[in-house]
Design a protein around this ligand. Structure first.
Ligand SMILES: [Zn+2]
Ligand SMILES: [Zn+2]
Length: 269
């Protein structure tokens, strides 16, 4: 998947744990070298936001990157969380009190109820601190930063609660784990669905995107190609799971559920 073409994106700072890369004027990617997801900074003329913030332990390094482009945590008006996974949102509690935190309403619900299974707490071993969501987002919401206008798209599949932000004028697509460079699939977790994933990718395919700013990996200036490959792969994944389902003895798998339904029906006897 390594393309030899030199990256059109400029690295501004490289420290031990992360790299700061310019994605577009006033748009920056913080790419961590550990398991944390990418964090993004968008410096608008009226408002400044972050989209995902990575793991809690990376916070000091995140601040170092922000400082490099003249931004302090106090200057961030809102942190938008792409979905509930802790590799994207672990550091969000550090912004509590001085910044609004926003997420899709389904993600907000899971995060507020501290649904550790959905948030993959075991996998990331993050400190068990509450993250409070101030703004519950829906498809169709707009985040207006002055010179950036981000449309909120509901793009479930990876989980039930994923959003994608899109600036139509600049063609910036913040797709988190829904669309990744090279069409790499983000995986389907507990509340997700491959069929939803395909529908979300089809939605993204229809957008006139120019730069893909994903939850993992490099920036991409070929989002149209990325989404085409991702759709192909997701159809392959759908076929694979259908086969897997056939391979398992479906009846014995569902027997406990069917039995409890039969038990319910028996109560009248
Ligand atoms: Zn995820
Ligand atoms: Zn992720």
């Amino acid at each position: 998947m390594s393309d030899r073409r030199p990256s059109p994106f400029k690295t501004l700072l490289e420290i031990e744990v992360c790299t700061l890369i310019q994605a577009a004027p006033d748009v920056y990617q913080v790419r961590f070298k550990n398991r944390a997801a990418n964090a993004y900074l968008v410096k608008g003329s009226r408002r400044t936001i972050m989209i995902d913030v990575g793991l809690s332990s990376n916070y000091p390094h995140l601040l170092t990157c922000l400082k490099h482009v003249g931004v302090t945590p106090e200057m961030i008006d809102m942190v938008v969380l792409s979905h509930e996974h802790l590799d994207h949102i672990g550091a969000a509690y550090h912004f509590e009190g001085r910044t609004y935190i926003a997420a899709h309403r389904l993600a907000a619900n899971k995060i507020m109820l501290r649904d550790d299974f959905s948030m993959l707490r075991k996998m990331f071993n993050e400190p068990n601190v509450p993250i409070n969501i101030d703004i519950w987002l829906e498809e169709g919401n707009v985040i207006d930063l002055g010179n950036f206008r981000l449309d909120v798209f509901y793009t479930p599949g990876h989980t039930s609660a994923c959003i994608t932000l899109f600036d139509a004028e600049k063609g910036l697509l913040f797709a988190a784990d829904t669309l990744m460079p090279g069409g790499v699939m983000g995986g389907v977790f507990g509340s997700g669905s491959i069929a939803d994933y395909i529908q979300s990718l089809e939605k993204l395919k229809g957008l006139n995107s120019k730069i893909l700013l994903s939850g993992h990996g490099r920036l991409s200036d070929t989002p149209q190609e990325d989404v085409r490959i991702a759709i192909q792969r997701s159809h392959g994944l759908l076929a694979d799971t259908a086969q897997l389902f056939d391979a398992l003895d479906a009846r014995s798998n569902f027997e406990p559920i069917m039995q409890s339904v039969r038990d319910l029906n028996k109560l009248d006897d």
